[in-house]
Design a protein around this ligand. Structure first.
Ligand code: FDM
Ligand code: MG
Length: 222
C-alpha cells in the first residue's frame, strides 16, 4: 500500500511559491491523481485571523506569542494532513514549519525588532513547537535574492516582514535548515528564472512522488 506524498514549497516572500504551487496542483490533477493544496498560515481559522491581523500590522504581539500561534495554526490542521496522506491524497503545501523557524529566528538577528528586555528567539526555541508534526517527503526551496523578489512582484512591503534586511536574514536561516534536512529531503530551486523554467525543475523532482510513497507518514525532527 502506498500513501500520498507530502510536498512543501518554501521561500522568501514574492519568490513565486503560490504561482508554482497552483501550477503543480494543475499538473497533478491532469494526471488524474488525488491532490490537495494547503497554505500556511491558514488565515481562515480563528488562530489564522489573529495571525492575519498581526501580519497586516493591525495588532502587535510578543514575538514568542506570534511564533506559537503560527505553530498552533499547523497543529490544528495536522490530523487532517495525516489522514489525507494516508487516504492516498498528495498534499502540496505553500509554506510550513521551515518558514516558522526562518522568520521568527531572524528577528533575533535584527536589533531594533524586539525591545532589549525581551529574550531572543533562538533557532532551537523556534523549532521546538513544531517537533513531531507530519514530516514532508520533499521540500522545494524557491531561492531568490531579496532584491530580485522585491523588484519582480507588485505590492512588495505591504506586510510586516517584507523588508530587505529581514528577508536577507530569513534566507540565511533557510540555508541552515536545508543543510540540516539534507539533500534527499530539501531541494533548492533557482527561482530567479522564468516561471516555465522553475516549473519544469519542480515537476522533475515531484513527478516520481506523485505515484505514491511507501511507509508511514514520518514525524518532523523526531
Ligand atoms: N510566516 C509564515 C511566519 O513568520 N511563520 C510561519 O510559521 C509561517 C507559515 O508569514 F512573511 C510568515 C512568512 C510571511 C508571512 O505568509 C505570511 P504568506 O505566505 O505571505 O501568506
Ligand atoms: Mg507574503
Amino acid at each position: 500500500m502506498t500513501r500520498g506524498a507530502f510536498i512543501v514549497i518554501e521561500g522568501l516572500d514574492r519568490s513565486g511559491k503560490s504561482t508554482q504551487a497552483a501550477r503543480l496542483l494543475e499538473r497533478i490533477e491532469a494526471a488524474s491523481k488525488s491532490v490537495q493544496l494547503l497554505k500556511f498560515p491558514d488565515r481562515s481559522t480563528p488562530i489564522g485571523q489573529l495571525i492575519d491581523s498581526y501580519l497586516r500590522s493591525r495588532s502587535d504581539m510578543d514575538d514568542h506569542t506570534i511564533h506559537l500561534l503560527f505553530s498552533a495554526n499547523r497543529w490544528e490542521i495536522s490530523s487532517k494532513i495525516k489522514s489525507l496522506l494516508e487516504s492516498g491524497t498528495t498534499i502540496i503545501c505553500d509554506r510550513y514549519a521551515f518558514s516558522g523557524i526562518a522568520f521568527s529566528a531572524s528577528k533575533a538577528l535584527i536589533e531594533e525588532s524586539s525591545p532589549p528586555s525581551s529574550s531572543p528567539l533562538t533557532y532551537e526555541w523556534c523549532r521546538a513547537p513544531d517537533v513531531s508534526l507530519p514530516a514532508p517527503d520533499l521540500t522545494l526551496f524557491l531561492d531568490i535574492s531579496p532584491e530580485q523578489a522585491a523588484r519582480q512582484r507588485e505590492g512588495y512591503g505591504e506586510e510586516r516582514y517584507e523588508k530587505l534586511e529581514m528577508q536577507a536574514r530569513v534566507r540565511e536561516v533557510f540555508a541552515r535548515i536545508g543543510k540540516e534536512i539534507g539533500a534527499e529531503g530539501w531541494v533548492t530551486i533557482d527561482a530567479g528564472r522564468s516561471r516555465e523554467e522553475v516549473e519544469k525543475d519542480i515537476w522533475e523532482k515531484v513527478s516520481p512522488l506523485v505515484e505514491g510513497v511507501n511507509g508511514p507518514v514520518n514525524a518532523l525532527w523526531n
